[in-house]
Design a protein around this ligand. Structure first.
Ligand code: SF4
Ligand code: SF4
Length: 92
């Protein structure tokens, strides 16, 4: 039971200090999660802390590769609505 940080990580350091299990570490230029240490925050927090603080949507995934912080999770704007807005802006 572990989350995973994928290649879109920008190494902002935000997640490392909020992990209650000391499971996050820097590997070369990116951060990773030690699968042996990650508890998915169970017993400590209701939400996974790394995914809650990560500023890059779709960067933290579950064991099946599904993002815990999907597109729209930071802005609250659904992806379809965001596409609509971008198309409208580009047409100006
Ligand atoms: S889910 Fe929780 S325990 Fe696992 S790496 Fe993220 S903050 Fe740490
Ligand atoms: S908070 Fe997100 S972008 Fe920042 S270091 Fe952690 S995984 Fe990478």
């Amino acid at each position: 039971m572990s989350l995973e940080i994928v290649d879109s990580c920008v190494s902002c350091w935000a997640c490392i200090d909020v992990c209650p299990s000391d499971a996050i570490f820097k590997a070369d230029t990116q951060f990773k999660i030690d699968a042996k240490k990650c508890t998915e925050c169970e017993g400590d927090y209701a939400n996974t802390q790394c995914a809650s603080i990560c500023p890059i949507e779709e960067t933290i995934c579950d064991s099946e590769g599904v993002p815990i912080n999907p597109l729209g999770s930071l802005t609250g704007i659904p992806p379809e609505k965001m596409n609509e807005i971008m198309l409208e802006i580009q047409s100006r």
